[in-house]
Structures are given as structure tokens and as C-alpha cells.
Ligand binder design. Structure first.
Ligand SMILES: [Zn+2]
Length: 219
């Protein structure tokens, strides 16, 4: 299976996705993402490890077919077994969201590379991944003179559970980028709000229960 994925990913069609992901991970915004949460620390050295593993094909980057069941759930997914980061088909119009997806999935990939000895729940891994994604977006628009606490334009109300997660993650991003807070714990209301939002989302209740431990097996 791993050989097959390796073979497919070497196909030229996959090269643009790999270059796209490496481009995002080399951006100055990604290099500035730095925070710690219970069980998960996210910083440039974690993203650097993901970059190195993708550059050397230890982590594959693929594009999901429209028939891929994962494409219905999310615009991105990271699979720990085959070390495969899959993105929905790349297109220009959704570029910003797609770059944020890369940041999110790279947090999962970094956890897989680290293979922490203390198990990490889906809840804590997702909290870190959504926070990293929001911090990336906040860093991207920090240079504009828009008020930082304005509701972010990427929140739309088609999926209220996901909106709740993104709103809570945005509050963390504002704390992190604007107030330079880098450590979050259960004592922080923003962090608790994010955990609560993830615990209420159907995706995690039905599909990938938030109390399970994430599989990490090293890369
Ligand atoms: Zn995730």
C-alpha cells in the first residue's frame, strides 16, 4: 500500500500539490506561528519537520478525487498510517482557505512525526490544529488596518458547528497574535470555548470521537 501511494504521488499530477504545500509551509506567517496547549506545542520547528518530510517524500501530498469519501467531510485530511496529506482539488478562488487547511493538516502531520509518548486525544489535536489555522489567518490580515476583533470573513453560517469552532479558534488567534499570549490551558476561557465547540461538532461526535487518542506512529 505504501509503495502504491509512493508510486502514485511521484506522478507529475501530484507535484503541484506538493509544491503548493511546501510554499505555504515556507511562508513568513507559518514561521511566526508559535503557541503551546495541553499535550501539543506548535512552532516553526514542528512545521520545519513537516516541510523536510514532505520534501523528501516521507510524507506524501495528494489531491482527493471528488469521489473520495474524505472530500465530503473536509478540504484536507492527514492519514498517519500512509503518511499522506490529502487536499481537495486546488483552485484559485479558495486559495486562502486552502492554505489555512495546509496549516491545519500540518499540525496533525507534526504530531505524527513527533509520535508523542503521552497519548493526545482527537480533541486536543484538533484544538491545536484549528488554533494554528486561525493564527495563520490572523497573521495574514494583521498588516491590514481592519479591527482585529471583527468577525472574520471566512465564517459563514452554512455549517454552524464549524462556525462555532472557527469563532473560538479566532479568539485564540487574536490573543496569540495581538496580545502575544503563547500558552493556553484549561484556565483560559478561549481554550475552554474551543474545546466545547469541538465537542459539539457532529463531525467529531459521529465520525471521529473527540475522546479517542490520535494514532501517531512516527514517520
Ligand atoms: Zn483536524
Amino acid at each position: 500500500m505504501a509503495d502504491l501511494i509512493r508510486h502514485i504521488s511521484n506522478n507529475i499530477l501530484f507535484l503541484p500539490a506538493k509544491l503548493f504545500v511546501l510554499g505555504v509551509l515556507c511562508s513568513k506567517e507559518v514561521q511566526k506561528i508559535e503557541f503551546a496547549m495541553p499535550f501539543v506545542a506548535v512552532n516553526n520547528s514542528a512545521f520545519q519537520k513537516v516541510r523536510d518530510n514532505i520534501a523528501t517524500d516521507k510524507i506524501m501530498v495528494g489531491v482527493m478525487a471528488s469521489t473520495d469519501p474524505d472530500a465530503k467531510k473536509s478540504d484536507g485530511v492527514y492519514l498517519t498510517g500512509p503518511n499522506l496529506l490529502k487536499l481537495a482539488p486546488l483552485d484559485q478562488t479558495r486559495d486562502l482557505g486552502r492554505r489555512a487547511n495546509v496549516v491545519h493538516e500540518s499540525v496533525h502531520a507534526a504530531l505524527d512525526i513527533d509520535n508523542p509518548t503521552k497519548p493526545v486525544t482527537v480533541l486536543h489535536a484538533e484544538a491545536a490544529a484549528y488554533s494554528a489555522e486561525a493564527i495563520f489567518r490572523r497573521l495574514l490580515n494583521a498588516s491590514s488596518n481592519s479591527p482585529s476583533r471583527r468577525p472574520p470573513s471566512f465564517i459563514h453560517h452554512e455549517d454552524s458547528a464549524m462556525d462555532d469552532i472557527r469563532k473560538a479558534a479566532w479568539s485564540i488567534a487574536v490573543k496569540c497574535v495581538d496580545d502575544r499570549k503563547s500558552e493556553f490551558s484549561e484556565k483560559d476561557s478561549e481554550f475552554l470555548d474551543l474545546l466545547r465547540a469541538i465537542m459539539s461538532a457532529p463531525l467529531y461526535i459521529n465520525d471521529e470521537p473527540f475522546w479517542e487518542f490520535v494514532n501517531t506512529d512516527g514517520v
